[in-house]
Design a protein. Structure first.
Length: 423
């Protein structure tokens, strides 16, 4: 029989593009640190505080976004969040006082980024895929790496060629007039809206889960008593600390402090982003075939090793080696973590669970953005932050290894459900 192209892959492309644009703008924060220091006479610690506020707002929005996705659908949340980021980043070009920057970037941009995040995208991809879900998650997450590869060095070059104000105008126009219309016109919440079934067919289990969820309003709070919840939450917070917090905020300033030119720094960021995409796709594919908890153990261990290399990056070769190694494991942790969450907690509201999961990530990101800036202001070095990161990454690897395999959890839940039905 002739195979036809499934619309689910359009959904994956749209979420990929959303992440490329919205998250790429967020990941470009480090490119604006030095221009904002000069423009508004702020020190590194104060600039880091903007990033910290951004992560806090982003994180606190995640459980609420999860609930809103359950009620309004991912299409509305993703599209209008993209528009909010575009409008807000555009108006930062008119900022004249630091407090305005805190409000526009720290609050409004962050609310939009929080909406156009993994929570909404994971829910919609889960609805369209009952098979090849790990691959779909990997492609979706590759949008982060693509945004990092294109928009971060692109922002650096635009700032160098033009200035930071013209750069945010260009980014705002891109989001408002290109990305937003595409997301709004092509994204669909569920295959039924197109008269289709998910890849892999309908799942009888999902109908049972949906009925069970509707009849157990407060049972969702039982997840806070589960070991699986905390052993996913804590490592994911450490993930946020060491990636979007530490590296995405401070890698560019670190590179400049060590005398690397803009071209070398851009090359390192581009290399990191390129291998980030490779790592994300590989982890998504492998997660469909191998133990996600073991994948996460290796990813966090390799990330700790890469930061050890960065500590001694006194020449451009070592910086580029770090970029390759860190890139391979940067966002590669997200797809296995999401897959484990959907497997452990499939009888609950996925939007709610993912909201809490990414809240932990953003709390870690907020600390990863602020504490290194604070330590730098006190010591004029990032060494303390790097040593701390290595230690907690080892802890994250161990916690993930201690997680149970999802198949065993599923069998246990099935037995419990049958016992409840019999009683």
């Amino acid at each position: 029989m002739k195979r036809t192209f499934h619309y689910a892959w359009i959904i994956v492309f749209v979420t990929f593009l959303t992440f490329l644009a919205v998250q790429g703008v967020r990941l470009s924060f480090g490119a604006f640190v030095e221009p904002w220091e000069t423009e508004f006479s702020m020190d590194r610690g104060t600039i880091s505080l903007i990033s910290t506020l951004s992560f806090i707002i982003y994180g606190l929005s995640q459980p609420l976004i999860g609930r809103m996705v359950d009620k309004l659908g991912a299409r509305v949340i993703l599209s209008f969040s993209t528009l909010l980021v575009g409008v807000s980043i555009f108006f930062t070009s008119f900022v004249t006082q630091p407090w305005q920057l805190f409000f526009l970037y720290g609050i409004l941009v962050s609310l939009g980024v929080g909406g156009a995040s993994n929570v909404a995208a994971t829910v919609v991809v889960t609805s369209w895929f009952n098979e090849k879900r790990g691959l779909a998650f990997g492609i979706m997450e590759a949008g982060f790496g693509a945004g990092q590869m294109l928009l971060v060095p692109g922002s650096l070059l635009l700032i160098q060629w033009l200035d930071w104000k013209m750069t945010v105008i260009i980014l705002g126009i891109f989001l408002m007039f290109i990305v937003f219309p595409i997301v709004f016109l092509f994204l669909r919440n569920h295959p039924k809206e197109k008269g289709l079934v998910p890849i892999g067919g309908e799942s009888i289990e999902e109908e049972i889960v949906e009925e069970k969820t509707l009849n157990t309003t407060f049972s969702i709070w039982h997840v806070f008593l589960k070991r699986e919840f905390w052993f996913l939450i804590l490592p994911f917070a450490i993930c946020g600390f060491t990636t979007t917090g530490l590296m995405d905020t401070h890698l560019i300033p670190f590179s400049h402090d060590h005398g690397f030119s803009t071209s070398v720094t851009s090359a390192a960021v581009s290399l990191l982003a390129g291998f980030n995409i490779i790592g994300i796709l590989i982890s998504g594919i492998v997660a469909d075939r191998w133990s996600s908890r073991k994948i996460l153990f290796f990813l966090y261990g390799i990330r700790a090793l890469s930061i050890c290399i960065l500590l001694y990056s006194h020449n451009s070769i070592l910086l580029l080696i770090f970029a390759v190694l860190f890139g391979l494991v940067d966002f590669a942790t997200v797809a296995p973590t999401q897959l484990l969450a959907t497997q452990y907690f499939k009888e609950y509201s996925i939007g709610f669970i993912l909201g809490w999961l990414f809240l932990s990530h953003q709390i870690g990101s907020a600390l990863g953005a602020y504490l290194p800036g604070l330590f730098y202001s006190e010591t004029s070095s990032y060494n303390v932050s790097f040593y701390l990161s290595i230690i907690i990454l080892v802890g994250a690897a161990i916690l993930n290894l201690l997680l149970p395999e999802p198949l065993k959890v599923a069998k246990k839940e099935k037995v419990n459900t049958e016992e409840q039905l019999q009683s």
